[in-house]
Ligand binder design. Structure first.
Ligand code: NAD
Length: 261
């Protein structure tokens, strides 16, 4: 229970990687503020489940990460409910796949707003509290696409490279404050975000989902294995630990060897 007495806000934690991270931090005793879209009854079941399973406080704070004023309000709500935000995990993210010349302007704006600007506004709102308490952990969920590119993902790749850069700026600015800032760069994790891409590729190529799944992971990852939300959660727990006290401004790849090539 290394994180007992700490509070964590995880954006986009109603699904996938964010939910895995929220559960992993709660398992270490952290009180949790969840955020993200979804069916209110399902979100309430997830929230109550985390509180009951791990014996921590768990609250839900609304906020669209594409809307700066809502991000500041979300951080204030989490601080109000839990007494502060010691750990901020900027995880909420979206994807859109198309070649540059056919990439819709509104999708560019949307992906940049949520995946890039959302991280900036989240850090801006949460940093003063971390400085005041003399301790903080910011974990930005970037991607292998924060380090290398793939075709058809121009907005996502631009945003994630930006997140890796922003992480370094925050680390330098926060030096000496007791707060660190790092990025996690996952490769393929089988979540609803990736499921959509699998289905689109299967429809496009006429292949079975299982075949597309195998090909997708083999194309990028020597390990030929998807990572799990639990494994990304374990990486987040490590970055919050005392052992990671002097790790700041870095990107931790959890990607089955994707960017080693
Ligand atoms: P997901 O679709 O399962 O979950 C995304 C979460 O973000 C959901 O809770 C959703 O409600 C929330 N969200 C989306 N838009 C939002 C908004 N405007 N405001 C608030 N919440 C919003 O996706 P995931 O795969 O778990 O992705 C989580 C993060 O991990 C993203 O930043 C993604 O880019 C990154 N990532 C995912 C993979 C992967 O293979 N799945 C790989 C690398 C990086």
């Amino acid at each position: 229970m290394a994180l007992k007495g700490k509070t964590a806000l995880v954006t986009g934690s109603t699904s996938g990687i964010g939910l895995g991270i929220a559960r992993a931090l709660a398992a270490e005793g952290a009180d949790i503020a969840m955020n993200g879209f979804g069916d209110p009854a399902q979100i309430e079941a997830l929230r109550a489940g985390i509180a009951a399973e791990f014996g921590v406080r768990a609250v839900y704070v609304a906020g669209d990460l594409g809307v700066p004023a809502q991000i500041a309000a979300m951080v204030r709500a989490a601080e109000g409910a839990l007494g502060g935000v010691d750990i901020l995990v900027n995880n909420a993210g979206i994807q859109f796949v198309a070649p540059i010349e056919g990439f819709p302007d509104e999708q560019w704006d949307k992906v940049i707003a949520v995946n890039l600007s959302g991280v900036f506004h989240g850090m801006k709102a949460a940093i003063p509290g971390m400085r005041a308490r003399g301790w903080g952990r910011i974990i930005n969920i970037a991607s292998a696409h924060g380090l290398v590119a793939s075709a058809q993902k121009v907005a996502y790749v631009a945003a994630k490279h930006g997140v890796v850069g922003m992480t370094k700026v925050a680390a330098i600015e926060l030096a000496g404050s007791g707060a660190t800032c790092n990025a996690i760069c996952p490769g393929w994790v089988l979540t609803p975000l990736v499921q959509q891409q699998l289905q689109a590729r299967a429809a496009e190529t006429g292949q079975a989902i299982e075949a597309v799944k195998e090909a997708m992971v083999a194309e990028k990852q020597p390990l030929r294995e998807f990572s799990t939300p639990e494994q990304i959660g374990a990486a987040a727990v490590f970055l919050c630990s005392e052992g990671a006290r002097t790790i700041t401004g870095t990107s931790l790849s959890v990607d089955g060897g994707w960017v080693a090539q």
